[in-house]
Write a protein that binds this ligand. Structure first.
Ligand code: P6P
Length: 320
């Protein structure tokens, strides 16, 4: 029977990769691990408990303010980071402005606490996406400058996919490793060591309902995928589509259109973290012309087109 390595053991073991590591990053990843278990528990019973589904603003059976699961997840991750102490501020999809912790922490975090949350009601996989950056400002509290760093400055990135099983996949710049939650013992165990994505794949993921709005180049690439009899796989949940393509090979595209030239996805907490992961796994990510990790953000919630996955497929789509 192969050795079982828990996420905790792995984090401690790999801390040695960072000379002078103080353990802050390790503790932060540990905080994410705990939050992931709790969100997984809530997501798995969402269909059973009316008080975690649906739109916020309604009252649940106890007459309490009903919470959407993504609001719940956002509050939970923020609470975990606030108490953990290594993070001084967070930018979240759920918050218009930066959330400051005023604790002198040396990191800032960007996150999408529950991407694809509209899929909860129909029992489709959802996910959490996060990025960790070193703070660069020097004043009493973090500033926008800390969050507008190019994705290449990330020191860690990861996602949690709440699917048929719950997995936490992350990188600190030394490869990508995946951990599956064994809910019988409440522990994430290393299940996908040193993940790499094939250079070529036979899966393309795009919302073809927007086909007529895409550029000629994008339409031509999609047509080519069809001619090659590739498999169209798109479940409307970025983390789930990305995770499948990472393992099997494939491309996920959310192109811009004339109506929405920057597409729908967010640079800071969707494109950048997944771009770090895919590059660490041997894939690539562009906005259709430029490397995602080279983009210099100008605002917290800015959108960008995204072409991400197997490097040969992204190259072909980017050239198209
Ligand atoms: P569309 C979910 O809202 C999300 O951000 C991603 O998870 C998903 O891939 C995409 O948007 C789906 O968007 O426009 O195709 O429904």
């Amino acid at each position: 029977m192969s050795e079982i390595k828990t996420l905790s053991e792995f984090i401690v073991e790999r801390q040695g990769e960072f000379p002078g590591a103080t353990g802050d990053l390790s503790q932060l990843l540990t905080a994410f691990r705990l939050a992931a278990k709790i969100v997984s528990r809530e997501a798995n019973k969402a269909g059973l408990l009316a008080d975690i589904l649906g739109a916020a603003g309604n009252e649940n059976v106890q007459g309490e303010q009903q919470q959407k699961l993504d609001v719940y997840a956002n509050d939970l991750f923020i609470r975990m980071m606030r108490t953990q102490g290594a993070v001084c501020a967070v930018a979240s999809e759920e918050n218009d402005d930066i959330v400051h912790f005023d604790n002198g922490g040396k990191y800032v975090v960007t996150m999408d606490p529950l991407d694809g949350s509209s899929n909860i009601d129909v029992n489709v996989s959802i996910g959490t996406i996060f990025s960790i950056y070193p703070r660069v400002s020097t004043g009493p509290k973090a500033t926008l400058e800390d969050f507008l760093q190019p994705g290449s400055k990330q020191i860690a990135a990861g996602y949690i996919v709440y699917g048929s099983s719950t997995m936490l996949v992350y990188s600190t710049g030394h490869g990508v490793n995946g951990f599956t939650l064994d809910s019988s013992i409440g522990t994430f165990c290393l299940s996908h060591p040193q993940m790499t994505t094939p250079a070529e794949g036979t899966i393309y993921s795009v919302n073809e309902g927007n086909y007529l709005d895409f550029s000629d180049g994008v339409r031509s690439y999609i047509d080519d995928c069809k001619k090659k009899r590739m498999s169209a796989r798109y479940i409307g949940s970025l983390v789930a589509d990305f995770h499948r393509n990472l393992l099997k090979g494939g491309i996920y595209m959310y192109p811009g259109t004339a109506k929405a030239p920057n597409g729908k996805l967010r640079l800071l907490y969707e494109a950048n973290p997944l771009a770090m992961l895919v590059e660490q796994a041997g894939g690539t990510a562009t906005d259709g012309t430029r490397r995602i990790l080279d983009l210099k953000p100008t605002e917290l919630h800015q959108r960008c087109p995204l072409y991400i996955g197997s490097k040969n497929m992204v190259a072909a789509a980017t050239k198209s």
